[in-house]
Design a protein. Structure first.
Length: 393
């Protein structure tokens, strides 16, 4: 049965259909492992009264082989129709070829929040002395900035036309190497900023968290990133003045490079982060490294207004280990935990998180994590999934 949205709230049937994209590379291995873990947790938590019907839809290399299209329109329509879905990693070429399928899904469904919670699991090796102090949630703008960037490659007629326009129409004189320059434009809007910051504020208040930090590079990019900061503060003052006045909402801002340093020196100062797309990319990956790596970093792409959400593994397809039973399914499994929480099925979500905490505390993990653990026991992908299921039961 389908999830619907009525009167501003999601209606979740007990027998819910969730579309999924298996993914490329290691996606073929980690997706069924994730589904088995989720199914066991849901069955255990609700004693058969609730369940998930997984509905495969095609994307990436599998879609191209079967349909001649890396992202068929049918796939987009299924995610649009069913509101909530999950996906494994998809191939994205660097420097040439088709643009990211992940970005295409986010923009087509207007999934304007990339939500990345970061926490440490006891037992997981970290480069920090006190990784338990890292507990943050990043709200990364997901449809503007470089994700909506427009570029013109050096040496093309289009690039020369842009150069002429900048010089002759806009009076730009500070381009040092004109003939060998490529050009790019990134849009940042007031509307896009406000809906992201509003979602971050609502999350901060709902979870009674100590602060919301706007991270930006407004000291240099004054009319894009600087406006992001200004619009964020203005929204808070206009719509959440009572929460600001009584101390339930505390908002601060930090320049992006200083923020990256500060998170290493005193991460406990930060809780919820709202930032633009490129900054959010750097921040979320650095924070993931601080607690053990991107292999245990979950992610979601959400439109809180329409209810659409796609949960995903945050890492790549890792073709070098595909098919070798070495891949770490934790990122996708933890993203499924986020999905269960989004559905309101917190009991099942907690069972998975608890099982993962026990496994890591006992040094049981896939090789990428176990090799750095004290007394770590390296498990294959399937064996790690089976261990989680045993701990759930």
């Amino acid at each position: 049965m389908k999830i619907t949205k009525e009167n501003g709230s999601l209606r979740i049937p007990d027998k819910v259909t969730i579309p999924f994209i298996e993914g490329d590379g290691i996606g073929v291995e980690i997706t069924p492992i994730c589904q088995n873990v989720v199914d066991q947790a849901v069955n255990k938590a609700y004693k058969g009264k609730r369940s998930i019907e997984w509905k495969e839809t095609l994307g990436g290399e599998k879609a191209f082989k079967e349909r001649g299209d890396y992202l068929p329109e049918e796939t987009v329509e299924i995610f649009r129709e069913y509101l909530v879905g999950i996906k494994g990693p998809l191939t994205t070429p660097v420097g040439e070829g088709f643009r990211s399928l992940n970005v295409a899904l986010r923009q087509t469904l207007d999934l304007y929040v990339c939500l990345r919670p970061v926490r440490w699991f006891p037992g997981v090796a970290s480069p920090l002395k006190e990784p338990q102090k890292v507990n943050m949630t990043i709200f990364r703008e997901n449809t503007e900035d470089i994700y909506a960037g427009i570029e013109w490659q050096q040496g093309t007629p289009e690039a020369r036309k842009v150069l002429r326009f900048l010089k002759e129409e806009m009076g730009v004189t500070q381009i040092r190497f004109e003939e060998t320059s490529s050009f790019g434009v990134k849009p940042v809007s007031k509307e896009g900023t406000e809906r992201l910051v509003r979602a971050a504020i609502e999350y901060t208040l709902k979870n009674r968290l100590p602060s919301l930090t706007l991270v930006h590079k407004g000291n240099i990019m004054k009319f894009t990133e600087g406006s992001f900061k200004r619009w964020g503060y203005e929204l808070a003052e206009r719509e959440y003045s009572d929460a600001l006045a009584d101390g339930r909402l505390v908002i601060q801002d930090v320049i992006a490079d200083a923020f990256l340093q500060n998170t290493l020196l005193f991460p406990e100062r930060y809780s919820v982060i709202a930032t633009l797309n490129l900054n959010g990319d750097y921040i979320s990956d650095q924070l993931a490294a601080m607690v053990g790596g991107i292999g245990i970093a979950p992610g979601a792409n959400i439109n809180y207004q329409s209810g659409h959400a796609i949960f995903e593994a945050t890492h790549g397809t890792a073709p070098d280990i595909a098919g070798k039973n070495k891949a770490n399914p934790s990122s996708l499994i933890l993203s499924s935990v986020m999905m269960l929480e989004y559905l309101g099925w917190k009991e099942a979500a907690n069972l998975i998180t608890g099982a993962m905490e026990k496994a890591f505390a006992n040094g049981k993990a896939t090789h990428d994590l176990a090799r750095f653990m004290h007394g770590g026991q390296s498990l294959g992908s399937k064996q790690f999934g089976e261990t989680l299921i045993q701990l759930i039961n």
